[in-house]
Design a binder for this molecule. Structure first.
Ligand code: BJW
Ligand code: ZN
Length: 246
């Protein structure tokens, strides 16, 4: 694979790198994306499952959907894309700003991770806010009740209409703004405020590189678009890095 010269030069001089990732980076680990060809939302409407109103309307249904996805996530392994990102840390100051809730960046060994949409492993009581990790509650297909107050327990993920965790978002924004290169990997970049992250990078004069199997909302904005699978392209970029860092 041939990369353009300008990109290779940026890679040679870069110190801080941000990876802004979405569902597409986990597709090769067997986790479905939301939108696009094999997206789960071709079959189900997001507002029917990924909102607090939906949860209150039918808590068991929403819980069962997360339970199903938890099963998939628990069996999934990081792929070559996650592993390459973790290995970038040997050569650069790397931050991973992810919209994913699947823990695969952590399993791959990335250290500095900002999770914008929460984590499927954590749950909390909507009443008294007691946190439960998935090992602490009985995981069945019906919604669990809080052992302290009997309230409904929900996954600690960010649904439509909900605020993102402020620290994770502002740290992620800062990392993007101060980065020399910002890779935007496997995201349709249509969900806000997460999709402001690449814009923060641009504002800080970072070099914006998109990695996706198809053009997105961001393509016209990116300095360089690489179309193909993240699990194939990212290891090739890492090979280039190794050439000039060793
Ligand atoms: C590959 C590949 C391979 C495949 N290799 N690539 C402007 C400002 C602020 C808010 C808004 C705004 N406009 C609208 C809003 C509201 C709303 C929003 O953004 N709506 C848009 C959809 C229109 N945002 C919100 O509600 C947010 N909160 C908020 O705004 O709070 C403020 C507020 C509070 C109260 C009142 C008023 C305001 C919250 C958003 C939460 C999103 N949550 C979800 C669910 C999380 C839990 C769960 O997982 O169930 O997050 S929705 C879903 O989308 C999930 C994802 O993280 C997110 C982004 O999806 P992502 O990762 O981009 O995946 P896909 O599937 O879209 O794309 C995959 C890509 O991969 C594709 O491009 C493929 O081509 C590619 N691909 N294989 C490389 N192998
Ligand atoms: Zn409680």
């Amino acid at each position: 694979m041939e990369f353009k010269k300008e990109f290779l030069q940026k890679l040679q001089s870069a110190k801080k790198i941000v990876f802004f990732t979405g569902a597409g980076i986990s597709a090769e680990s067997g986790i479905s994306t939301f939108r696009g060809k094999d997206g789960i939302w071709n079959k189900m409407k997001p507002e029917e499952l990924a909102s607090f109103d939906a949860f209150m309307r039918n808590p068991d249904l929403v819980w069962e959907w997360y339970q199903h996805r938890r099963d998939i996530v628990n069996k999934a392994q990081p792929n070559a894309g996650h592993t390459a990102i973790a290995e970038f840390e040997k050569f650069f100051d790397v931050s991973v700003v992810t919209q994913n809730i699947d823990n695969l960046h952590r399993s791959a060994g990335s250290k500095k991770i900002f999770e914008l949409h929460g984590n499927i492993e954590r749950n909390f009581c909507i009443n008294c806010h007691t946190f439960y990790n998935s090992l602490e509650i009985e995981l069945s297909n019906t919604v669990p009740k809080c052992s302290k107050c009997g309230g409904l327990v929900r996954p600690d993920v960010v649904w439509f209409g909900e605020m993102l965790p402020q620290d994770e978002f502002s740290e992620g924004e800062k990392a993007a703004e101060w980065s020399d290169i910002c890779f935007v990997v496997g995201t349709s970049a249509v969900v806000y405020p997460a999709a402001y992250i690449p814009m923060s990078a641009k504002r800080g004069d970072s070099y914006l590189v998109e990695v996706n199997i198809e053009p997105t909302e961001l393509s016209s904005y990116a300095d360089y678009s690489l179309f193909g699978k993240a699990g194939e392209i990212l290891p090739k970029i890492l090979e280039e890095v190794k050439k000039f860092k060793s």
